[in-house]
Design a protein around this ligand. Structure first.
Ligand SMILES: Nc1ncnc2c1ncn2[C@@H]1O[C@H](COP(=O)(O)OP(=O)(O)O)[C@@H](O)[C@H]1O
Ligand SMILES: O=C(CO)[C@@H](O)[C@H](O)COP(=O)(O)O
Length: 499
C-alpha cells in the first residue's frame, strides 16, 4: 500500500493526516503552538514554532505507523493564508510572522488606495486592500521597523516557510500568492506595477509554482529526524481555503463550501477570473489547475466559540458545552451575538468594530449564550451567502468542513440559517485532506484532482433546512444585520480605551 501526507498549518495547530490510496485517513496528529496577541489588533506567531511542531508531528506519526515509511510517497501542504514571514539572506526569519487576523494596518490600506487607486488595485489583484492581506503588512514593517526591513532579502507565507525548512528550496505557489495583494491574479505573475509603486525589488519576490508542482525531496536531516524516507517527494500545496475546497470536493462550477475553523469562510468555485464582484468578496487562484474561487470571510468564527469556552468554561469540552445549547430554542430567546472579536472582513471591512451580545435578559443562562454565539457566527457567514446570491449564484447545497462541522447541532443551525442542504463528509479535515490529495495527484495516482475527489471523498450526513426554523432565522437575521450599524460608532469611540 502507498500513502501520502497532508500537512495543514492552521492558526491554532498543525494537523497532519496520513492517507492511503483508497482515500482513508489511517493516522492523524495535531500539534499546537501559541498565538501572540500583545496588543489589541496584533496577532503574531514564531515561524520556528511551526517548523518544530511540524517535525514533531511527523516524527510522532511515523513512529506510530505500522507500515514501511518507504511507502509514504509524497507530502504536501495547506497553510493559513496571508501571514508575512520576512527572511534575511540566510533564509532565517527576521521577526515573528504577522498573521492573517492581525488588523494593525488600517493606515497602510488607506495609503495603498491613495497611491494606486481602488480601481487599478482591483483590476490587477481582483481584491480590495484589507488589513489581513500581506502587502499592507510589508508596508507596516517598512514604515515602523526600517532597520529590520533593510535586512530583508525575501518574503514567504507560513506554509512556504515550513516547506523551505523541510526541503531547502524556496518557492511560493499561486493560490497563496493571490492573497498577498501583489499578484496579477489573471496572468499568474508578480505585478511589476505594484512592485515599482511600493518600491519592492525584484529579488524580494520568491519564485512562483503551481500547487501540484514537485519542489524537491525532504532533506536528509529531516528524514533522519522524522523517520520518513529521504525519497519522500514534496509538492508545493495550497492556501488553506483552496485546499479545504479540494478536500471538500469543491472542484467545479456550482459548488459551495462553508468552513468553520478559527476563521469562517464561504467559498464558491469559479472557472474564470472574469466575473466582477466589485471587491465585495475575495477572488483568488485555486489550487485546482487553471481555476479560481471567490469567498467571504468571518474573521472570528470558530475563534468566537473557543474564546467563549476559554473565558467561561475552560475545563469543558466543546461537545459538553454545545449539549446544553441543544435544549435552547431557535433564536436563543431573543439573545443575539455578533462575532466581531477581532474586527471583521465580510461584509464589513472594519478593524475597529468589536463583538456584542444584544438583548440579554434575566432569564438567560449560559446555554443561551453558547447558542447565541453559534447562531451569530452562522449569521455572519450568511451575510457572505447573501452577497453570492445577490450576484445570481444559486446556493442550495453546501459542504461544511472545519472544527464547526464536528457538531450536528451546528450543522443543523447552518442548514436553517443558510436555507440550504448542508452536507458533512466522512472527514471534516478538509484542508489536510486537500493537501494529501494534491500530493496524490502530484504522485500521479490520478489524472485530475476531480478524479481524486471522486475516489477519496464520501458523504457522511446531510442536514435539510426546517421550514419553520428558516422563517424564524430570516426574521432574526434582519435584526442581526442592524447590530453592525447600531454599534459601529460606539466601537470607534471605544478604540481609545483599548490597549
Ligand atoms: N466538537 C466541536 N464542536 C463544535 N465546534 C468545535 C468542536 N471542536 C472544535 N470546534 C470549533 O472548531 C474550531 C477549530 O477548528 P479548526 O478547523 O481545527 O481550526 P484551524 O484550522 O483554524 O486551526 C474551534 O475554534 C471551535 O470553535
Ligand atoms: O485569512 C483567511 C482567508 O483569507 C483565513 O481563512 C486564514 O487562511 C486562516 O484560516 P484558519 O486558520 O481559520 O483555517
Amino acid at each position: 500500500m502507498k500513502y501520502v501526507l497532508g500537512v495543514d498549518l492552521g492558526t491554532s495547530a498543525v494537523k497532519i493526516v496520513l492517507v492511503n490510496q483508497a482515500g482513508e485517513v489511517v493516522h492523524e496528529v495535531s500539534k499546537d503552538y501559541p498565538l501572540k496577541q500583545i496588543k489589541a489588533g496584533f496577532s503574531e506567531q514564531n515561524p520556528n514554532d511551526w517548523v518544530e511542531q511540524t517535525l514533531a508531528g511527523l516524527s510522532e506519526l511515523v513512529a506510530s505507523f505500522e507500515g514501511n515509511a518507504e511507502g509514504i510517497e509524497g507530502l504536501s501542504f495547506s497553510g493559513q493564508m496571508h501571514g508575512l514571514v520576512l527572511l534575511d539572506e540566510d533564509h532565517e526569519p527576521l521577526r515573528d510572522a504577522i498573521l492573517w487576523n492581525d488588523t494593525r494596518t488600517t493606515e497602510e490600506c488607506r495609503a495603498i488606495y491613495e497611491t494606486l487607486g481602488q480601481e487599478t488595485l482591483l483590476e490587477i489583484t481582483k481584491n480590495p486592500a484589507l488589513e489581513g492581506f500581506t502587502l499592507p503588512k510589508i508596508l507596516w514593517v517598512k514604515k515602523h521597523e526600517p532597520e529590520l526591513f533593510a535586512k530583508v532579502k525575501t518574503f514567504l507565507l507560513p506554509k512556504d516557510y515550513v516547506r523551505l525548512k523541510l526541503t531547502g528550496n524556496l518557492h511560493m505557489e499561486f493560490s497563496d500568492a493571490a492573497g498577498t495583494l501583489l499578484l496579477d491574479v489573471t496572468n499568474k505573475r508578480w505585478s511589476e506595477k505594484l512592485a515599482s509603486v511600493f518600491e519592492l525589488e525584484e529579488s524580494f519576490f520568491p519564485p512562483l509554482v503551481d500547487s501540484h508542482q514537485e519542489v524537491g525531496l525532504i532533506l536528509a536531516e529531516v528524514a533522519a529526524q522524522t523517520g520518513l524516507s529521504a525519497q519522500t517527494r514534496v509538492f508545493a500545496g495550497g492556501a488553506d481555503n483552496a485546499c479545504g475546497a479540494i478536500g471538500a470536493g469543491v472542484n467545479e462550477e456550482g459548488k459551495t463550501l462553508v468552513s468553520i475553523g478559527t476563521s469562517g469562510v464561504v467559498l464558491s468555485f469559479e472557472s474564470g477570473s472574469d466575473k466582477n464582484f466589485a471587491g465585495e468578496v475575495h477572488y483568488f487562484n485555486h489550487s485546482v489547475p487553471n481555476s479560481f474561487y471567490t469567498m467571504g470571510v468571518t474573521l472570528a468564527a470558530g475563534y468566537s466559540l473557543s474564546w467563549f469556552k476559554d473565558t467561561f468554561a475552560k475545563e469543558e469540552s466543546f461537545d459538553l458545552l454545545l449539549a446544553g445549547a441543544k435544549e435552547v430554542p431557535v433564536g436563543s430567546n431573543g439573545l443575539l451575538f455578533t462575532p466581531y472579536l477581532v474586527g471583521e472582513r465580510t461584509p464589513h471591512a472594519d478593524s475597529a468594530i468589536r463583538a456584542s451580545f444584544i438583548g440579554i435578559d434575566g432569564s438567560h443562562e449560559r446555554a443561551h449564550f453558547v447558542r447565541a454565539v453559534i447562531e451569530g457566527i452562522t449569521f455572519s457567514l450568511n451575510e457572505s451567502i447573501e452577497i453570492f446570491r445577490s450576484y445570481g449564484k444559486k446556493i442550495d447545497t453546501i459542504t461544511s468542513i472545519g472544527g464547526g462541522a464536528k457538531s450536528d447541532l451546528w450543522l443543523q443551525i447552518q442548514a436553517d440559517i443558510f436555507n440550504a442542504k448542508v452536507v458533512k463528509l466522512s472527514s471534516e479535515q478538509g484542508p489536510g485532506m486537500g493537501a494529501a490529495m494534491i500530493a496524490a495527484y502530484g504522485c500521479g495516482w490520478f489524472k485530475t484532482l476531480k478524479q481524486c475527489g471522486d475516489a477519496f471523498l464520501q458523504v457522511d450526513k446531510e442536514f435539510e433546512p426546517s421550514e419553520e426554523n428558516v422563517k424564524t432565522y430570516q426574521e432574526l437575521f434582519k435584526v442581526y444585520q442592524s447590530v453592525y450599524s447600531g454599534t459601529k460608532e460606539m466601537n470607534e469611540q471605544l478604540v481609545a480605551f483599548r490597549n
